[in-house]
Design a protein around this ligand. Structure first.
Ligand SMILES: [Zn+2]
Length: 153
């Protein structure tokens, strides 16, 4: 008797960045796999909204500052702020979920901010209904360990 091959299909769902998934998925895992896409989409939507809200929040706090949203490069904090002749850096993280600095983010901040005596901050946000609440934490050599991946036990 020939063994029956498990049924598979190729996922054609697009990621938030517009790339087709293309994974070969077991038919029996279809709904589970689609759920992952839904989760990623929601997270991405919240990510975009939270960044826009955070920029407005910073601009309101520092009306005269120049605030730049950095690009896609992983390690660099999300915002660069230029105020009264000083540069400072802000990384946005949610309070819940993926809320810790990654190793390369920590290293970048240590090397390019703390060691050069430039201010670096963590902005933690929480979404309540459609409103974002922000809390700013100033990073130093101790704090950065507290809010980094490697301190997770
Ligand atoms: Zn997929």
């Amino acid at each position: 008797m020939k063994s029956k091959k498990p049924l598979r299909y190729t996922c054609k769902i697009k990621s938030p960045k517009g790339k087709i998934c293309g994974k070969s998925v077991l038919e029996s895992k279809r709904s589970e796999h689609q759920k992952q896409h839904r989760k990623a989409r929601t997270a991405s939507g919240t990510g975009i909204a939270s960044h826009e809200a955070a920029k407005k929040y910073l601009q309101k706090k520092y009306p005269k500052a120049l605030i730049i949203r950095t690009g896609k490069e992983e390690a660099i904090p999300d915002f660069v702020l230029f105020n009264k002749g000083k540069l400072s850096f802000y990384e946005l993280k949610p309070v819940k979920g993926d809320n810790l600095l990654k190793r390369d983010q920590r290293d970048w901040i240590k090397k390019n901010c703390l060691q050069k005596r430039l201010n670096a901050f963590l902005i933690r946000y929480e979404k309540n209904k459609d409103k974002f609440d922000f809390k700013i934490i100033k990073l130093d050599f101790d704090k950065i360990m507290e809010y980094c991946c490697s301190s997770k036990k």
